[in-house]
Write a new protein. Structure first.
Length: 229
């Protein structure tokens, strides 16, 4: 089992914190978010961890010696959305976790031996333009819909992909990149457009298990929550 950590973004809304530090290496409760993810993955036995870098790539070099991760650089991190980042590491996708590196995980809810593809998701509220998960009585996901101002399960940037589903997504990624019109796409668009051909399930987590940090306001809020917990 392996994991892909997407850490190429610039994190402009977290400036000045990200002027000299990549977004995923900004510390929460004294430790970089990315290091927490790596340690949780290693706790469940994930030995192969690929970190895709972009902005301030040199800042990630220490992770190789400290954790034994593999670094892959996206030199177009400031041109395309993360669909291109995923394309660069597509061969690792079948049988892999995929985690957005700007997520702060408050506990290790990752599964040791997932048997099927899944999105780890929590109920969130008061959000704008987030991807809401639609699922049936068996928790099988049949649609991803962009919504606002509802209280529901949303994509939290944490997923696992079976060998079969991962291979299918790789083919569709290759088609999208070859088509040339992918500038505004995220890699989850590939999943969204092909969800009926995949076997992806909702894996419920608590609302305070994971926080996406996109802005200084997010960062300050999470720091307070962690301090008071």
């Amino acid at each position: 089992m392996r994991a892909i950590l997407l850490a190429a973004g610039m994190g402009t809304r977290l400036r000045p914190l990200t002027l000299t530090t990549p977004k995923s290496l900004v510390p929460v409760n004294g430790k970089p978010m990315l290091e927490i993810q790596i340690e949780y993955l290693q706790e469940i036995g994930v030995e192969e961890i690929i970190v895709v870098t972009g902005y301030l790539r040199e800042k990630f070099a220490y992770l190789v010696e400290k954790y034994g991760v593999t670094l892959v650089h996206n030199d177009k991190y400031d041109v395309y959305n993360n669909i291109y980042t995923m394309y660069l590491v597509k061969e690792y996708l079948p049988g892999a976790y995929v985690i957005d590196a700007d997520n702060y995980l408050t506990r290790n809810f990752l599964l040791k031996n997932p048997e099927r593809s899944m999105y780890f998701s929590a109920i969130k509220k008061d959000f704008k333009d987030e991807w809401v998960i639609k699922y049936d009585e068996n928790l099988k996901i049949y649609e991803l819909e962009v919504c606002s101002d509802v209280e529901d399960y949303i994509l939290c940037g944490i997923s696992y992909w079976s060998v079969e589903d991962g291979a299918y997504i790789v083919g569709k990624l290759e088609d999208a990149i070859a088509g040339g019109d992918f500038t505004n796409l995220y890699w989850d668009n590939i999943v969204k457009d092909n969800i009926k051909n995949l076997n992806v399930y909702l894996q419920k987590i608590n609302s305070d298990d994971s926080y996406e940090i996109d802005s200084l306001e997010d960062y300050e809020r999470v720091q307070k929550l962690v301090k008071n917990s």
